[in-house]
Design a protein around this ligand. Structure first.
Ligand code: SDX
Length: 438
């Protein structure tokens, strides 16, 4: 029986400070699974030293019950449920309920939750005017940062972070409205009219409807495409304390409203080392162009003097395989086959690239495997999305993870404003020099 617990362990780690000869004991805190943590909260008060861990390679920033990743085994659990089973048997909205509430919903809870989300998908009409301020060629992620950050100007009645009811309303509003905001960014960029959501469609169907339908013609959502869409949302929903989630938590730790925090998460996700990688993978595969150029690109990725990296490869945590990449690779074949897009050249190049990279010592030694972004772009391209929308899709899916982690942090009695320290290596104190003396 799986359990949630923070063990009451009474183990300690002893730190010996050779500069003073003193020993210090720090509690070793066990979780329900995964590495234990050394509780260094008293370290500075006791030793006068800070820890030093840029990039947080060995640092736990919080306690969480939402998502667990085992990088060595390639395991990803959401509230204990394996991602492979959720992708196969669940739906994105059911996963949203699970991430927010901690348990899978009963039939009636699921119906109520779906109805709540469905009935919050429209945005305030005034919000439409915000888009007109952007150039038509603005990157949709730039529009997302701006429009989501502005939501707190429209929904004042759900910005009191200390009111549990308002926290849940804000969570529902964000999950419900992010697809509408995202598709409006796309429609604006191609000069087509915004498409209103419809309450008779599922979350994924509605997203596709708002993306691709036009007033001049009927648009029928393909069940193959909507199922693939829902699965892609599931695979991108949450991922422990990644860069954008940590950004949301940091922003939220000061008491900022949830809409502003999610806008901060969107900004962080946009980076090519993070969520921006799916767009960069497609650009890279297009740049490679044919299988016979793969060797040259792999050599470039290994060259320390060349900033080029193999986009879609590597991960801070996964050192075996990214379970999401495996599900996406399987889906890529299914979707392309079902859509009759036989031998898609980019998929062929991607699979050859993966094969060659995984036989190359450089990648094997550094445990660089395809991550979630490697195959997602190929499916998204097959589903008809422009590359500029790839990271937007990631943001649509990750909004539930961000807001669930934000809510968990706000509801954690031990949470404090985030305020890291530093190793200072700048000038020691020196007197000001008048300009005529410099
Ligand atoms: C996501 O954190 C998350 O969970 C993120 C995410 C999520 O769901 O939220 O999973 C989503 O962001 C996936 C990652 C998408 N990014 C990319 O695909 C961009 C390409 N990957 C790299 O930028 C890199 O692998 C990172 C950023 C993903 C991880 O970087 P790390 O953990 O800081 O690793 P590192 O930079 O210290 O690299 C270790 C070594 C270095 O070589 P050495 O100095 O040891 O000789 O591996 C090399 C790096 O040069 N390396 C790569 C490489 N990734 C790492 N070399 C070539 N190509 C790559 N892709």
């Amino acid at each position: 029986m799986s359990q949630e617990s923070k063990g009451s362990g009474n183990e300690y780690v002893t730190l010996q400070d050779h500069s003073t000869g003193k020993n210090y004991d720090f509690p070793l805190m066990p979780g329900s699974i995964g590495p234990k943590v050394i509780d260094v909260r008293p370290l500075y008060a006791q030793t006068g030293h800070f820890t030093y861990d840029p990039g947080y390679t060995s640092t736990g920033s919080c306690e969480s019950k939402i998502t667990y990743i085992d990088g060595e085994e390639g395991i990803l659990l959401h509230r204990g449920y394996p991602i492979e089973e959720l992708a196969e048997q669940s739906s994105f909205l059911e996963l949203c309920y699970l991430l927010l509430n901690g348990e899978l919903p009963t039939q009636s809870e699921r119906q109520k939750f779906e109805a709540t989300i469905t009935n919050h998908t429209m945005v305030h009409e005034q919000l439409h005017n915000l888009y007109r301020g952007f150039r038509r060629d603005a990157h949709p992620m730039a529009i997302m940062c701006g429009v989501v950050g502005a939501l707190s100007a429209f929904y004042h009645d759900s910005t009191d972070i200390n009111d549990p009811r308002q926290r849940m309303i804000a969570s529902h509003r964000l999950i419900a409205k992010i697809p509408t905001i995202a598709t409006m960014a796309y429609k604006y960029s191609i000069g087509q009219p915004f498409v209103y959501p419809r309450n008779d469609l599922s979350y994924a169907e509605n997203f596709l409807h708002m993306m691709f339908s036009v007033p001049a013609a009927d648009y029928k959502v393909s069940p193959i495409v909507s199922r693939a869409m829902d699965r892609i949302f599931i695979l991108h929903a949450d991922h422990e304390q990644n860069a954008s989630t940590s950004t949301v938590r940091m922003a939220g730790s000061s008491g900022a409203n949830p809409f502003a925090c999610i806008a901060a998460g969107i900004a962080s996700l946009w980076g090519p080392a993070h969520g921006g990688a799916n767009e960069a993978v497609l650009d890279m595969l297009n740049e490679i162009g044919s299988k016979d150029r793969i060797g040259e690109m792999i050599e470039r990725a290994k060259d320390k003097d060349d900033p080029f990296r193999l986009m879609g490869f590597g991960h801070r945590v996964y050192k075996n395989h990214d379970p999401r990449a495996r599900v996406l690779m399987k889906s890529a074949h299914e979707v392309l086959g079902e859509l009759g897009i036989e031998n898609e050249p980019l998929l062929e190049i991607a699979m050859e690239l993966e094969k060659i990279a995984l036989e190359d010592d450089y990648f094997v030694q550094r445990k660089l495997f395809p991550n979630v972004d490697f195959y997602s772009g190929i499916i998204l391209k097959a589903l008809g999305f422009p590359t500029s929308m790839f990271t937007v899709l990631f943001a649509v899916a990750r909004t539930v993870g961000w807001i669930a982690q934000w809510k968990e942090m706000i509801e954690d009695p031990s949470q404090k404003i985030g305020r890291p320290r530093q190793l200072y290596t700048g000038y020691t104190q020196r007197p000001y020099v008048a300009v005529d003396k410099r």
